[in-house]
Design a protein around this ligand. Structure first.
Ligand code: ATR
Length: 274
């Protein structure tokens, strides 16, 4: 019998997840179906339970429900617990197991697909919303030399850093919260835009000399060239959008569900071309 999966969000019609999982299933010979489900803002829990009760095996969660998904999970695995956000449910009996594969997807894209090491490097993480919480622990586990968390509302960056300071299971070395104005004179090797600025054609106010030689500028937004990536290219930095992260987080979810790891490179290339 075909195993059923879905992505739930609002909006969700634009989601590339059904296409990505269909390609993974074709490639690995897995018998699954994968659909997009639109949940009303106050109807996330009902949509998840209805899908599960109709025989669904797992769900991907997208905006704006990742935090609510954390609360709905009956158990948390991997990076989900500390991230406070869940993007993948795995249904096992009465358990709703919550995972977060976003950070793994980001780190794998940066390291393996883009060939850029994080260990010992100076990392700038822009933004202090859900996207930043989701990737902090996997980034820290790469043991960067430094992570500066910059945010327009600096208090939120301070809160984020204080939140991760509570955990004793990984070292919080060289992590600072900064206003953008406090970045003058600093240089970074890996600059990650986890803000939603690119969606409205804006970018965080960065000084021009912030890119170290050979720096990688990464924007989690995908499918468009954001002002941040244009700025980075103009300064001589290498620029990457979030399409690789999208495919890699999906591959990790597919692995959790099916115990088979799909190939990602050709799909990333295809989506980038499209
Ligand atoms: P998400 O869960 O996707 O991270 P969010 O919680 O709404 O979404 O957070 C959006 C992030 O983008 C925030 O860090 C926000 O900065 P503020 O906390 O100061 O609002 C950041 N952001 C949005 N537009 C921005 C812009 N034009 N310039 C800089 N930062 C921006």
């Amino acid at each position: 019998m075909t195993d059923k999966y879905a992505v739930i969000g609002n909006p969700v019609a634009h989601s590339k997840s059904p296409l990505i999982h269909a390609e993974f299933a074709r490639q690995t010979g897995q018998d699954i179906s994968y659909i997009a489900v639109l949940a009303p803002p106050d109807g996330f829990r009902a949509a998840v339970l209805a899908f599960r009760d109709a025989g669904g095996r797992g769900i991907n969660v997208t905006l704006p429900f990742k935090h609510e998904a954390w609360n709905l999970a009956t158990a948390h695995r991997g990076y989900a617990f500390n991230a406070g956000a869940v993007n993948t449910f795995e249904f096992r009996g009465s358990e709703i197991i919550g995972h977060n594969t976003d950070g793994i997807g980001l780190v794998r894209d940066i390291k393996e697909n883009l060939g850029c090491s994080i260990q010992g490097r100076r990392v700038l993480l822009m933004g202090a919303g859900g996207a930043s919480y989701g990737v902090m622990e996997p980034l820290l586990r790469e043991q960067p030399g430094e992570i500066a968390v910059a945010n327009r509302t600096v208090d939120k960056a301070v809160t984020l850093v204080a939140y991760f300071e509570k955990f004793q299971t990984f070292a919080l070395r060289g992590v600072t919260a900064r206003p953008y104005a406090g970045l003058r004179g600093a240089q970074f090797d890996v600059l990650i835009n986890a803000t939603s600025a690119g969606l409205s054609g804006e970018m965080p106010p960065l000084p021009g000399d912030i890119f170290a030689p050979d720096a990688l500028a990464y924007d989690m937004v995908y499918g468009r060239t954001t002002p941040f990536l244009e700025f980075a290219r103009a300064q001589g930095a290498r620029a990457a959008d979030g399409i690789g992260m999208l495919v890699e987080q999906a591959a990790e979810a597919f692995f959790i569900w099916r115990s088979v790891r799909p190939q990602t490179a050709s799909l990333i290339a295809m989506l980038r071309k499209a």
